[in-house]
Design a protein around this ligand. Structure first.
Ligand SMILES: *Cc1c(COP(=O)(O)O)cnc(C)c1O
Length: 229
């Protein structure tokens, strides 16, 4: 992809973006040179699905002082320590055990991890994330964690919905966040990818995660939303 294409794509997306929305450029499988160009175009937030891929890239981009890395893929608990060293935001916290582990590690690492809880708005045994009943059950324990900052919710929609259905379903995420306010002060809603971000914006997204609509199609290796870290 030519560099001008990235600049054009970025500008046409930014033209529709409310100022409070954080655009996260999803750079899985995107070469470091292209990330560097994205940085030159003003992007500072980068999303990766795998801890090691992000670490390798960050090592090559150390001269850029103000990058913010977001982990958006499933995190295995044996990589939790590495993830805290690399990422300022972890969008994919999907179990109480993982949240507790991050809390415990933060006591010694002194890194303020900002966490989002990944929610399945519709049950799907093949996807990571909390079902709503499981999240409600875990709330008291989550609200007792003192060394992590649980800032919001993240979701990935099921496939095959119409735009109207997507927007409707996305609205359930901030509504759920409002319902949890008395336990957790949530204000970030990470929702919307290349194919559905307009509906996510309309439904109150504060962070959108865009890969293909910025960088073009990725080679087919693993399904985009479930790649293991
Ligand atoms: C890959 C990925 C994205 C970006 O998807 P695109 O369709 O390329 O915009 C966003 N969120 C998650 C969790 C992903 O895994």
């Amino acid at each position: 992809m030519s560099e001008d294409t990235l600049s054009q794509r970025l500008h046409s997306i930014q033209a529709h973006l409310p100022p409070h929305v954080r655009l996260i450029a999803v750079t899985k499988q995107v070469p470091v040179a292209v990330i560097r160009h994205a940085y030159e175009l003003g992007l500072r937030d980068f999303g990766e699905s795998r801890v090691q891929e992000a670490q390798a890239k960050a090592a090559l981009l150390q001269d850029l002082p103000d990058l913010t890395w977001h982990l958006i893929g499933h995190l295995q608990s044996n990589k939790a320590r590495l993830a805290l060293q690399q990422f300022s935001w972890i969008h994919s916290v999907d179990s109480l055990a993982l949240a507790q582990k991050l809390d415990h590690l933060n006591q010694t690492l002194q890194r303020p991890a900002q966490l989002l809880l990944q929610v399945k708005l519709r049950p799907d045994p093949h996807k990571h994330g909390w079902t709503i009943p499981d999240l409600l059950t875990a709330l008291p324990a989550l609200s007792r964690l003192r060394h992590v900052h649980i800032k919001g919710l993240m979701t990935i929609l099921p496939l095959g919905l119409s735009p109207a259905e997507r927007q409707h379903l996305f609205r359930e995420l901030p509504a759920l966040g409002a319902q949890l306010q008395s336990h957790l002060p949530l204000k970030e809603y990470s929702m919307g990818m290349s194919d559905d971000y307009p509906q996510a914006l309309a439904a109150g997204a504060t962070m959108i995660r865009l890969g293909r609509c910025l960088f073009g199609e990725r080679p087919p290796i693993t399904p985009p939303d479930e790649s293991a870290s």
